[in-house]
Write a protein that binds this ligand. Sequence first.
Ligand code: AP5
Ligand code: MG
Length: 190
Amino acid sequence: MINIVLFGKPGAGKGTQAEFLKEKYNLVHLSTGDIFRHNIKNGTELGKLAKSIIDRGDLVPDEITTNMLRDSIDNNPDAQGFLFDGYPRTIAQAEALDAILSAKGTENAATIALEADDEILVQRLLERGKTSGRADDQDEDKIRNRYDEYNQKTAPLMDYYKKQGKFHAVNGIGTIEEITVRLSAVIDNL
Ligand code: AP5
Ligand code: MG
């Protein structure tokens, strides 16, 4: 079993790359953002709880997010491995993920970051906002708030994973295919 955390700022390409990597390495792709949006679309209690927080571009509280992630892992008992996208986003979530995987007798093999400059990413998200229907993509203030949340709460995870010797970074600027090649090179070396 191989588990990988795909890490990066909003719009860095985590979801785009996950579509290729999950096929190539036979991994179950778990995007907490996608799971929240699915719940919002279906009007579940979780969706109602999370909607206003996500629309503002704030992070959903750790306990809610971690419980949801744990359920998603438990719902895939036959997985050969997981590709985590958008989780963890806080130190508390990173510690929770380590504990969840350890209880299953496995671990996170690597955290791979897609690196890109904020200004390029803000433009990508504004462009996507024209068609995505995502409230958090449509307004530059909300997008900037997502970067503030990232800088304050998520960026410290780089040191957390460096201390574990599990942090790898790749250049997130280039064609989608070029970036898949860079990520695959890291995974193939694990
Ligand atoms: P989430 O859905 O995870 O959003 P995000 O991390 O802010 O970023 P995106 O999903 O928008 O970007 P991405 O890196 O997947 O890039 P993508 O491939 O889409 O989270 C949404 C919200 O949910 C959070 O703000 C929070 O409220 C909540 N949430 C989720 N997880 C949480 C957690 N763990 N804890 C607490 N709250 C949580 O690509 C972006 C765009 O760029 C696309 O248009 C794409 O086509 C384009 N693109 C991709 N690659 C390239 C390329 N190489 N060149 C040019 N364009 C490209
Ligand atoms: Mg995404």
